[in-house]
Write a protein that binds this ligand. Structure first.
Ligand SMILES: N[C@@H](CCC(=O)N[C@@H](CS)C(=O)NCC(=O)O)C(=O)O
Length: 242
């Protein structure tokens, strides 16, 4: 298996978490923004990461990849057999990939604009193009006025994080009594708000000011860190693409 990725993409982190949960080992192919994405396009007909290669199979999109891996490696199951729980997991996954992802990207943009230390820690690994991808197509000259621009979306994100924190203070997982795709999808987006140890020494425990350093969200990030500890990350090797 080979994962074409950007290291600091939350959607790539989601796939890495699914692979870890399934204890599947794989090669990492770090895609160079721009040129590398052309090669990706030649290979798969689309230019986004994550892209998973399994022999002759190429699967794009983190949700499609998760379903593919669930079918290929059924144990441990990340989708509950119970239809109602399964529906809840898939709805939460979709929410994490859309509303939460958008809020987290915007908050990271704001964090990076306001915090030179975070910017310095993120930049050695993430070229400006990757950073732009992480934070969406926001022109650089908007960075200065970013706080004003993002206020409603930020409030929305903070409210969602409060709900997640209170839900996970009364139950160990979002749905049912074992980790599911919902937990992994949410944890993957939290990556952008407070980097886990897996993000590397420079970034570990850094994150968006006003979120990563807030006592009220500590239990949420502690839950995320606990989830990472329960997933045994398989050994990875890098191949590097163009
Ligand atoms: N819905 C997709 C989203 C993937 C996505 O947004 N990938 C970004 C990186 S986080 C990307 O490849 N951006 C480069 C581009 O769009 O050219 C998924 O779940 O995998």
């Amino acid at each position: 298996m080979e994962l074409f990725q950007f290291r600091h993409s939350a959607f790539c982190e989601k796939v890495r978490l699914v692979l870890a949960a399934k204890a599947v080992s794989y090669d990492v192919n770090e895609v160079v923004p721009g040129l590398g994405q052309w090669e990706l396009f030649r290979l798969s007909g689309q230019r986004q990461v994550p892209l998973l290669r399994d022999g002759n199979e190429l699967i794009a999109d983190s949700s499609a990849i998760a379903l593919y891996l669930e079918a290929r490696f059924p144990e441990p199951a990340l989708l509950p057999p119970d239809p109602a729980q399964r529906a809840q997991v898939l709805l939460l996954e979709d929410w994490a990939d859309t509303a939460l992802a958008s809020g987290a990207r915007m908050a990271l943009l704001q964090g990076v604009a306001e915090d030179p230390l975070l910017r310095a820690a993120l930049l050695p690994d993430a070229t400006p193009a990757v950073l732009r991808n992480l934070v969406g197509a926001v022109p650089a000259d908007l960075l200065g006025g970013v706080s004003q621009f993002l206020r409603p979306e930020r409030q929305h994100l903070l409210a969602a994080l409060e709900q997640l924190t209170s839900l996970l203070s009364v139950q160990p997982y979002l749905v049912g009594d074992r980790p599911s795709l919902a937990d992994l999808a949410v944890a993957a987006q939290l990556y952008l708000l407070k980097f886990p140890a897996a993000a590397g020494l420079e970034l570990a425990a850094r994150g968006v000011a006003g979120i990563a350093d807030q006592a009220q969200f500590e239990p949420l990030f502690a839950w995320r860190d606990g989830l990472y500890r329960t997933l045994q990350r398989p050994l990875q090797s890098s191949t590097g693409l163009g």
